[in-house]
Design a binder for this molecule. Structure first.
Ligand code: SF4
Length: 300
């Protein structure tokens, strides 16, 4: 399916089928994913696509968000129907500090939202500590060309995925960051391995070119290609994958089976500037309109 030409009739059939399956599997429910990048800081891991890489010299002045600032963003998201509230950090943010932050946010901001962390590597004890503090999901991924475009040992990423699988936490793992050079085989391999770790939200994230990073001169893949990959992940996840997330959001991707879209602010690995407003001019109201226009009810 990954080899289907986006200009062919088969592409339309693939998308329509995935959209129908999505409506059945999700019972017509869509979700907003609201991320807050909580540390705008140089990261020594130097991934070839990330603006935070220390070596790329893009971060001139570091900014670590206070818990009060983060609580303000969480309240805004909750008011605007965000279900998954995600704290994203660079690789070496302290586990202890994250636990304290989550406890604080849970006290300060009531609601049915699910808290998700996207941070560095951790073991089962840390996973349990996150769960007990009120975290319900972890975003963690083996990225495409992990160990080639990144400085990671892929087995260290696997160990974290295993810790999540062994805990009460949900795993969220998109296939990412997809660029024009990635083959169908590489994309399929990343998706299928994430299914083995019981991924509950899968999907596709495109790579954004960040000027001055080693992959900054590569074009972003088109919305058509993203929609095709979304359709394939929607149709291939069996009963393991419940929800399909796309970043960046588009109507094409929603009509090909995505029922989760990302709104983000703060420190953004796709940008050299900090984003005090919703990044890329895509806010919660836009996300709600996108889903409602396509027959979904936004659940929060
Ligand atoms: S992607 Fe994560 S680990 Fe890699 S440089 Fe950026 S913050 Fe660090």
């Amino acid at each position: 399916m990954l080899e289907i030409d986006e200009r062919s009739d088969d592409f339309h059939y693939l998308g329509e089928t995935a959209f129908e399956v999505a409506k059945l599997k999700t019972a017509g429910k869509a979700f907003l994913w609201g991320a807050v990048g909580i540390d705008y800081a140089a990261c020594p891991m130097n991934c070839d696509f990330c603006s935070f890489g220390e070596k790329w010299g893009k971060i001139k002045e570091e900014k670590i968000y206070t818990r009060e600032q983060i609580a303000g963003d969480v309240k805004e998201y909750v008011k605007n129907k965000v279900h998954y509230i995600v704290f994203r950090t660079t690789q070496f943010y302290s586990v202890k500090e994250l636990v304290k932050l989550v406890e604080y946010i849970r006290r300060e901001v009531p609601g049915n939202y699910e808290l998700v962390l996207n941070t560095g590597e951790f073991d089962k004890a840390a996973a349990d500590a996150f769960y007990n503090a009120g975290v319900r999901g972890i975003y963690h991924a083996i990225r495409l060309r992990e160990g080639i475009d990144t400085r990671f040992n892929i087995d260290e990423r696997r160990a974290t995925l295993q810790a999540v699988r062994d805990s009460g936490l949900k795993l969220i793992h998109l296939v990412e960051p997809v660029g024009e050079e990635h083959t169908s085989g590489e994309i399929a391999e990343r998706f299928l391995e994430s299914v083995k770790y019981n991924v509950s939200i899968s999907g596709i994230m495109a790579r954004f070119p960040v000027e001055g990073t080693p992959l900054g001169n590569r074009r972003r893949i088109s919305d058509e290609i993203i929609a095709k990959l979304i359709a394939v992940t929607r149709l291939s996840g069996g009963d393991t994958v419940q929800d399909i997330c796309v970043h960046p959001a588009s109507e094409k991707a929603v009509r090909a089976g995505a029922n989760v879209v990302v709104v983000e602010k703060g420190a953004i690995p796709r940008d050299v500037e900090i984003s005090d407003r919703e990044w890329n001019n895509f806010n919660c109201a836009d996300a709600i309109t996108l889903f409602e226009k396509n027959g979904y009810v936004v659940d929060c």
